[in-house]
Design a protein around this ligand. Structure first.
Ligand code: PLP
Length: 375
């Protein structure tokens, strides 16, 4: 490491994928690697997931699906977010399973077909209020899909939806969504559809709601060893291992007198003579500026705090009376096994969720993979 790095433990990814798989009775597993594998690196995570038994890989957008194919992933891939005019023909020619939640999507898929039918998962909005046909529009979507299936241009390979509140397993919303999903499947069957893969569960559903498993589950965050339930049910209790450690080298360490102000706006002043360490990472690297004055780090095995505002490229930590020098290691977050802060601790400091902490880390931070299995 020179300036900073995110170390990604692919053994942890494989462990988490296997642990998730072990929770399924008959359902298949789709590992979700969208947004550059939640910041961990899409292709290396997808490879590790396949090695550990992931049947499917899930991505949000077409570019991600095509990038995986270009990286040599030949297994089932599902991609669920497209807008009018996207190059669906390329996706179909690359055997990417696609989603349709409105008749225009069926039309575009059919129009993109050349030598093989488009593989389509029909999406019902069971209550999240995001993509998918609302129950009132569902029969219209089904009829449009059946019409194109008869022409041989599309083949229905799944029916799916997404959970709104699986991070609160006791919420009645989960039960309501399962009921809506089941009745949508029944409507599709009554109109003559063979639903193929029925899928609904994200990490929360996979871990806490077996009734949401159906034929296929789509966990994302749990793959990376982070809990969808935050501190309410930490990853260790779920048998998951956080895969990422973010570390850097101090760019400077210096003593300042009592009363010295720190960073833009001088929102922190030293209450006594103090040692300050300069961390060469900032919001330009994805650190949340909201975590200014409070985000935790570890230096020489001791927990310290970011003081003052997090800047674009740098932030300052208060090392109190500790000895430190430029080049010393600072751990921003990791699995927590050695007392270092976790992504959940950063999420707390920023008023956000662990998903955002890892996913927003930018391309300026090199990812270093450990425990990769090649071949
Ligand atoms: C459609 C879909 N399925 C699955 C996931 C994975 O969710 P999680 O990371 O909570 O497991 C996501 C991510 O938001 C998603 O949008």
């Amino acid at each position: 490491m020179v300036r900073a790095e995110a170390v990604v433990d692919l053994a942890a990814i494989r462990h988490n994928v296997a642990a998730l798989r072990a929770r399924l009775s008959s359902a298949e597993l789709m590992t979700v690697v969208k947004a550059d594998g939640y910041g961990h690196g899409m292709a290396p995570v997808a490879r590790a997931a396949r090695q550990a038994g992931a049947d499917w890989i899930g991505v949000a957008v077409l570019e991600e699906a095509l990038e995986l194919r270009a990286a040599g992933d030949n297994g089932p891939i599902f991609c669920w977010l497209t807008t009018p005019g996207e190059p669906l023909a390329r996706a179909i020619a690359n055997d990417i399973d696609l989603s349709a939640g409105a008749p225009w999507e069926i039309d575009e898929l059919a129009a993109g077909v050349t030598d093989r039918p488009a593989r389509v998962h029909l999406k019902i909005d069971t209550g999240l209020g995001r993509g998918g046909a609302v129950p009132e529009e569902w029969p219209t979507l089904i009829r449009a899909a059946l019409k194109e299936q008869k022409t041989g241009r599309i083949v229905i390979t799944g029916i799916w939806s997404h959970l709104a509140s699986s991070d609160e397993p006791k919420s009645p919303v989960n039960e309501a969504q399962v009921a809506t999903f089941e009745s949508a499947v029944a409507v599709a069957e009554s109109l003559g559809v063979d639903p193929g893969f029925k899928h609904l569960a994200n990490s929360g559903g996979t871990l806490a709601l077996p009734e949401t498993h159906f034929d296929l589950v789509r966990p994302g965050i749990a793959t990376y060893g982070l809990s969808p339930f935050g501190h309410a049910l930490p990853s260790a209790e779920l048998g998951l291992r956080p895969a990422m450690t973010l570390r850097a080298r101090l760019a400077m360490a210096k003593r300042v007198p009592a009363g010295a102000g720190v960073s833009y706006g001088l929102t922190w002043t030293a209450p006594k003579p103090s040692t300050l360490g300069l961390v060469p990472l900032g919001y330009g690297d994805g650190l949340p500026r909201h975590a200014s004055n409070g985000a935790p780090v570890q230096v020489h095995g001791i927990r310290r705090s970011v003081v003052g505002r997090i800047c674009m490229d740098q932030c300052v930590v208060n090392l109190d009376d500790g000895d430190a020098a430029a080049g010393d290691e600072v751990v921003l977050f990791g699995p927590g096994d050695h007392g270092e802060p976790t992504a959940d601790d950063w999420a707390d400091a920023a008023g956000t969720i662990n998903y955002e902490i890892v996913t927003r880390l930018g391309p300026r931070i090199p990812r270093r993979y450990v425990n990769e299995v090649t071949g």
